[in-house]
Design a protein around this ligand. Structure first.
Ligand SMILES: Cc1ncc(COP(=O)(O)O)c(C=O)c1O
Length: 430
């Protein structure tokens, strides 16, 4: 007879394509349904415990069901959750964003990181009255048509820069013409593309550390300069890095200030909330009182600034402001990264370990990773096998993207994980 969990998995496959809520799914035979999360652990409906390095794809930087977040959400729930009109937690959260983030004179909320990037590019187009955007190969900025290009163009992309390859079916052919793709960390090539398209180019959008690949010294500064010279808006996608690598995000960490920044994940404390932040003149373009003006950029949504999500975000950011929080996040990330490096070296396996702050990942390649194409030299089969074996042993990872760490992970959690990785690498798994 099927167990309760097996029955749930079967029903999930019936009701939901692939039995997956997004793109994450464990290998066949390893599927599970999460019953609850607490701190750095999740528990499935069969009672199995996992150390969780997925963290809801990043928002749960305090760990699951953090008491301060639970208390804030519970209190707000009793006062109502969604109003569309102004609510107190949303105003307080907007102020906190402004206090924390250098480029944020004003902010406007939306519900997901994808929406934040989408609206940022709309504002950039409205401000410049140009259409094109430039993104970097391998960079993910969410699910909308204009940026779902050149994210995973395959091992040997046929297209040459700046041609954009759609990552999904269903993207209109004509959107391609407005998207330029450049190699991350190649300022010279990017400058050529910007120069060739400067009359049509509205924005350069970049994740400052692109999917864990470090920006080379001077790269972000170079983009800042290029954008400025060409009258192009520089957008930092801080959906992952915002409030995670520093209170002021990547712009504080690298000391380069964009025109617009996009936030999500940590900002919503595990609830659907994201934001666009920029200078007052740029943000005024989406002031609804300007509806009807030629440069008015529409930005609205039913759940924007949802009071429960804002309360969760506010509680999360308040916890992160406590002394030592960011030091701890950095220290735990460094412990994981150096542990993984040692594990690979002791096992005699060529690997690159990347990441900043509380993020890490291991790529099985001897080639230093500086962009999408060098990342593609990795032995992805080995990475998948490692993820499968870790899951069997109670470590939930999504090695296709990254390992996320939280304030709830202990040094002992990291050491146990790294020890298991070493054993598995020595066993030469496939
Ligand atoms: C860098 C980056 N930008 C944008 C997004 C999209 O955010 P969301 O999934 O909330 O739409 C993601 C999601 O993982 C991301 O990693």
């Amino acid at each position: 007879m099927a167990s309760v969990q097996e029955d749930f998995v079967r029903r999930a496959h019936d009701a939901i394509p692939g039995g997956s809520l997004g793109t994450y799914f464990p290998a066949d035979g390893q599927e599970f349904v999460i019953a609850r999360g607490e701190g750095a652990r999740v528990f499935d409906t069969a009672g199995k415990e996992y150390i969780d390095y997925v963290l809801g794809s990043g928002p749960m930087v305090l760990g699951h069901a953090h008491p301060a977040v639970v208390a804030a959400v519970t209190a707000q729930l009793q006062r109502g959750s969604s109003f569309y009109a102004l609510n107190e937690p949303a105003v307080l959260l907007a102020e906190k964003l402004r206090e924390s983030v250098p480029c944020a004179e004003q902010v406007k909320f939306c519900s997901s990181g994808s929406e934040a990037c989408f609206f940022a590019l709309r504002i950039a187009r409205a401000a410049t009255r140009r259409n094109k955007i430039l993104k970097f190969e391998g960079a993910y900025h969410g699910h909308f048509d204009a940026t779902l290009m050149g994210t995973w163009p395959g091992k040997l992309p046929n297209e040459t820069y700046p041609a954009a390859t759609p990552d999904s079916a269903g993207i209109p052919q004509n959107v391609r013409g407005d998207v330029l793709v450049a190699p991350f960390n190649d300022l010279e090539r990017t400058a050529e593309i910007v120069k060739a398209h400067k009359d049509d180019l509205a924005a350069i959008i970049v994740e400052p550390q692109s999917r864990l690949v470090d920006p080379k010294p001077g790269f972000l500064e170079g983009l800042r300069r290029l954008a400025h010279e060409a009258g192009v808006i520089l957008v930092f996608d801080e959906v992952v890095m915002g409030f995670r690598v520093a209170r002021g995000g990547a712009q504080e960490l690298y000391g380069v200030i964009p025109d617009i920044a996009c936030f999500g994940k940590v900002l919503g404390g595990g609830y659907p909330l994201a934001a666009v932040a920029a200078s007052r003149p740029l943000m005024q373009l989406c002031n609804p009182r300007h509806k009807g003006q030629a440069d008015y950029a529409y930005m609205s949504g039913t759940l924007n600034g949802n009071a429960v999500a804002a309360a969760a975000g506010l509680a999360t950011l308040t916890e992160l402001e406590k002394p030592g929080a960011y030091e701890r996040l950095r220290a735990i990330g460094e412990r994981m990264r150096s542990g993984l490096r040692q594990a690979a070296s002791r096992a005699g396996v060529a690997a690159q370990v990347l990441g900043v702050g509380p993020m890490a990942n291991i790529y099985f390649t001897a080639t230093p990773i500086t962009d999408y194409r060098t990342a593609e030299t990795q032995d992805a089969a080995r990475s998948r096998a490692l993820g499968r074996e870790l899951l069997k042993r109670g470590f939930l990872t999504h090695l296709v993207t990254k390992i996320y760490l939280s304030l709830a992970h202990s040094d002992a959690d990291i050491d146990r994980t790294v020890g298991t990785v070493e054993e598995l690498l020595k066993a030469d798994l496939r």
